[in-house]
Write a protein that binds this ligand. Structure first.
Ligand code: FES
Length: 122
């Protein structure tokens, strides 16, 4: 049986706030789009982090979030394009490239990447 949760979003770039009800069996980004709420996105498959938000309250389940390290998830970041709500939520959009820089900026240009892109070590 589908459960519905409330979500309150502060879109920092647009200086706009939204509140909606979202089902627990649909991706959050898709559900919001169907309700006319447009937020930043690009790949729609959990890889690019364009749709990342900082979670201020609540819990998001996203086992397909391959572009987000466990460390950043623990710090409160989530991806709306592959995320399902597991409680009422309060989130805010990230600054442009905020999550990408947090995740990869410390490696690129610093000579630390030897064999691929590290996600969860350190
Ligand atoms: S749109 Fe690319 S990770 Fe969500």
């Amino acid at each position: 049986m589908t459960r519905y949760y409330s979500i309150h979003i502060y879109d920092r770039q647009a200086n706009t706030e939204y509140t909606a009800m979202i089902p627990d069996d649909q991706y959050i980004l898709k559900s919001l789009e169907e309700q006319g709420i447009k937020l930043p996105f690009s790949c729609r498959n959990g890889a690019c982090t364009t749709c990342a938000v900082r979670r201020l309250e609540g819990k998001i389940y996203h086992p397909e979030a391959m572009g987000l390290s466990l460390q950043l998830e623990e710090e409160g970041y989530n991806l709306l394009c592959v995320g399902y709500p597991r409680s009422n939520l309060v989130v805010e959009t990230q600054d442009e490239d905020e999550v990408y820089e947090l995740q990869f900026g410390r490696y690129f240009g610093k000579g630390k990447v030897l064999f691929g892109i590290p996600l969860d070590e350190d």
